[in-house]
Design a protein around this ligand. Structure first.
Ligand SMILES: Cc1cc2nc3c(=O)[nH]c(=O)nc-3n(C[C@H](O)[C@H](O)[C@H](O)COP(=O)(O)O)c2cc1C
Length: 195
């Protein structure tokens, strides 16, 4: 199974440290035999969620939804302000079930509260979260050349890439297996198409 990974960057800054970090993780995951896509919400503007047009109408939204459905694993990346990420999360629900999520927050204060907010939204959609997240602090973690200058951060990013692949595969495989079985005592049972 070749894992499909969607990285979602939600900083509105062109030189975002968070999105830069996300790209580093995606590159690492490509080397580890996964397929990756980047959804950069600075470039791909999402309409504000409107429950009255819930059916994902509009070409841009349809394309984003295709990517969301395609993915087995997500990496959600945001600065402390997280309106753009919240809006992305507002659009989806069942699409996240049985998928694994990792988190990156660019912050001077670690952004743990922000990561918890994302984790709560994902849990509500029956997605699975890694128990840790990655904090990026621009001045401390990147050097003047714009490269990561912290060996601790490099180590944690490699850990994130590795863990998302291992746990992402396990969870997706089990979810799909439960979905196609007739067993009723699983959370996947509620996602079966009723005929
Ligand atoms: C509206 C707004 C709110 C922010 N709130 C905080 C905050 O509460 N704590 C903090 O450390 N940084 C805060 N920041 C700073 C950004 O989180 C920080 O610069 C981050 O590195 C930006 O991420 P980026 O480089 O990916 O764009 C805020 C920035 C903005 C624009």
């Amino acid at each position: 199974m070749k894992l499909k990974v969607l990285g979602v960057g939600s900083s509105m800054r062109e030189k975002s440290y968070g999105t830069k970090t996300l790209k580093i993780v995606l590159e690492r995951m490509e080397k580890l035999e996964t397929e990756t896509h980047l959804l950069d919400l600075r470039k791909v503007k999402m309409p504000t969620f409107d429950p009255n047009s819930f059916m994902h109408s509009g070409k841009r939204l349809r394309e984003i939804t295709e990517e969301v459905n395609w993915a087995d694993v997500f990496i959600l990346t945001t600065p402390d302000y997280h309106g753009p990420m919240n809006n992305f999360l507002d659009h989806y629900w069942q699409e996240f079930a049985g998928k694994t999520f990792g988190y990156i927050c660019a912050s001077h204060e670690k952004g743990l509260t922000v990561m918890d907010q994302m984790r709560t939204a994902v849990r509500q959609c029956y997605g699975w979260s890694l128990p840790y997240g990655i904090s990026v602090n621009a001045e401390e973690d990147f050097n003047e050349a714009g490269e990561i200058g912290s060996s601790l951060l490099t180590k944690r990013l490699r850990m994130l890439a590795r863990d998302l692949i291992v746990y992402g595969k396990l969870i997706r495989k089990q979810f799909l297996q439960d979905l196609s079985s007739k067993e009723s005592d699983t959370f996947a049972a509620r996602y079966r198409l009723r005929t």
